[in-house]
Design a protein around this ligand. Structure first.
Ligand SMILES: CC(C)(COP(=O)(O)OP(=O)(O)OC[C@H]1O[C@@H](n2cnc3c(N)ncnc32)[C@H](O)[C@@H]1OP(=O)(O)O)[C@@H](O)C(=O)NCCC(=O)NCCS
Length: 175
């Protein structure tokens, strides 16, 4: 187990570049399907300030995470999809991808991030269901989570989250 986990430290976590387009699409198609892969590609190349990071090992893209701006609270992002190729799971690579993505988001001035996911998993980064209660979305519930990147970012806000159309298509397929 220790050996599996130490692999995560040898992986490079970096922002997606133009040459990653095809491998990221292939990865998302392998983990989800080609429709989601296509929507991801559209979101990454959209003019919005999308944050897209890959996990790369020996030149191979083995993980990908996408954070897309949502309108509602000031400077908020939605996290999805987050995918690691099956052969590389349970090695802390997904964890490192999230950590790197949240660090970059903070550096870029983003104030909060929403995700629909497993509370056990995303809880380790500080995502909480009660932090997301302020958002009026149809998938509200115990798996709808949020984290404040800046303390108090969501404290005085409540209302609907306005997701880009393409993101909603991903959410519909994932949620
Ligand atoms: C979810 C996913 C991104 C996690 O990546 P990973 O690199 O395998 O995860 P890590 O190695 O960082 O973390 C492993 C830990 O998470 C736990 N874990 C993994 N998937 C989990 C899940 N779906 N629910 C709860 N816990 C989970 C493991 O038990 C392990 O726990 P431990 O650290 O206490 O031993 C990956 O499994 C994946 O791509 N899944 C398919 C797509 C998906 O479900 N994406 C998330 C929704 S957007």
């Amino acid at each position: 187990m220790a050996e599996r986990k130490s692999i995560a430290a040898t992986v490079t976590y970096r922002e997606t570049g133009a040459s990653d387009r095809a491998p990221v699409r292939a990865l998302q198609a392998a983990v989800y399907d080609s429709a989601i892969a296509g929507i991801c590609e559209a979101l990454i190349s959209s003019p919005a300030e999308t944050l897209s990071l890959v996990a790369e090992l020996d030149g191979q893209i083995i993980g990908h995470i996408l954070l897309t701006p949502v309108a509602g609270p000031e400077r908020a992002l939605a996290l999805a999809p987050h995918a690691i190729l099956p052969a590389w799971r349970d090695m802390q690579i997904g964890t490192e991808l999230v950590r790197n993505a949240l660090k970059l988001a903070r550096e870029r001035g983003w104030r909060s991030v929403f995700v629909f996911g497993q509370p056990d998993y995303y809880g380790r980064f500080g995502f909480k269901s009660r932090t997301a209660n302020c958002a009026d979305v149809s998938w509200q519930g115990p798996r709808f989570l949020a984290i404040e990147l800046e303390q108090g970012a969501l404290a005085r806000w409540s209302g609907p989250l306005d997701y880009p159309e393409a993101y909603l298509a991903v959410a519909k397929a994932l949620y």
